[in-house]
Design a protein around this ligand. Structure first.
Ligand code: T3D
Length: 264
């Protein structure tokens, strides 16, 4: 039996998904897409899971689409319908990450290129090892940034840096990515998984529903004016204010005890 393309491990409330095609820098194939989406769906459905970590096996995080995956070649032998691949595989993946009921952390252990870079950037928090790097590799093969890159990049680093990165396809070291505000944190290689698990444990103890709604509010507010964002905040706060976690958070505060958040 062949190795799973996504390794799944659970440590208390933290679910870790490890992309597992190390010899190919964990590039996406059709099969890996299916396993990753299934693993994310399973984590979303499991109420015991309160944080998800995604990382890569071996020396890379993910070098994007496997450019040789036979599953990508059109049945007629003509040029592949890249748009169909994006619609069928990358769009559901990107939307799944962005709609998870719990926070998703990308622990970028090595190079993250093409859709691999943008998959990481679509996660809620990105921690990268100092030796890791981010490459918008698309322009080098005649494509534009995908897997959410056109939306994410300018918002993370501004239009000038986004266009520079996308047009040159230059390798951006993790330290520079952190300096630009593209990722949360850059740490020494040896500290990556410990720093990630410490963060995951912290997030797992927090109110998952409020964290997921924070992500949603930030995403939705991007398309709103100031007054619209204030209305959105009121709507979401109204809903959260009726939940268990708000009552629990306030009670725990006054009782000077740690809260026990359960909403999801
Ligand atoms: O259908 C569609 O195509 C639409 C979807 C598009 C989404 C995308 O992600 S497009 C962008 C695809 N990714 C790339 O173009 C990146 C290509 N890779 C690289 O530029 C380099 O590999 C890296 C800069 C990422 C790393 O360089 P390096 O020197 O550390 O490693 P390497 O030797 O190039 O790669 C190691 C192996 O992985 C090597 O295989 P080998 O020679 O040992 O048998 C290499 O061919 C393989 N590999 C790396 N990236 C890909 C790949 N194989 C297939 N597809 C790849 N994307």
């Amino acid at each position: 039996m062949s190795d799973p393309l996504v390794l799944v491990a659970t440590d208390g409330p933290v679910r870790t998904l490890t992309l597992n095609r190390p010899a190919q820098l964990n590039t996406f194939t059709m099969l890996m897409h299916a396993e990753l989406l299934a693993a994310l769906n399973a984590a979303a459905d499991d109420t015991a899971v309160r944080a998800v970590v995604v990382t890569g096996a071996g020396r890379g995080f993910c070098a994007g689409q496997d450019l040789g995956d036979p599953g990508m070649v059109s049945a007629e032998g003509g040029p592949p319908d890249v748009g169909a691949v994006i619609e069928r595989l990358y769009r559901p993946l990107a939307l799944r990450v962005r709609s998870m009921p719990v926070p998703v952390i990308a622990a970028v252990n090595g190079v993250a290129a093409g859709a691999g870079a943008n998959f990481a950037l679509g996660c809620d928090m990105v921690i990268a090892a100092r030796s890791a790097s981010f490459i918008q590799a698309f322009s080098k093969i005649g494509l534009i940034p995908d897997c959410g890159g056109t939306w994410l990049l300018p918002r993370l680093v501004g239009r000038a840096q986004a266009l520079g990165l996308a047009m040159t396809g230059n390798k951006l070291p993790a330290e520079d990515a952190a300096r630009l505000g593209m990722i949360w944190l850059c740490v020494d290689d040896a500290a990556l998984m410990e720093a990630t698990m410490t963060l995951a444990a912290k997030l797992a103890a927090m109110p998952a529903k409020a964290l997921a709604e924070t992500r949603r509010a930030f995403d939705e507010a991007m398309g709103l004016d100031y007054a619209g964002a204030l209305s959105l905040e009121a709507r979401l706060q109204r809903e959260l204010g009726r939940g268990h976690d708000f009552a629990e958070g306030v009670m725990a505060f006054f009782a000077k005890r740690p809260p026990n958040f359960t909403d999801r």
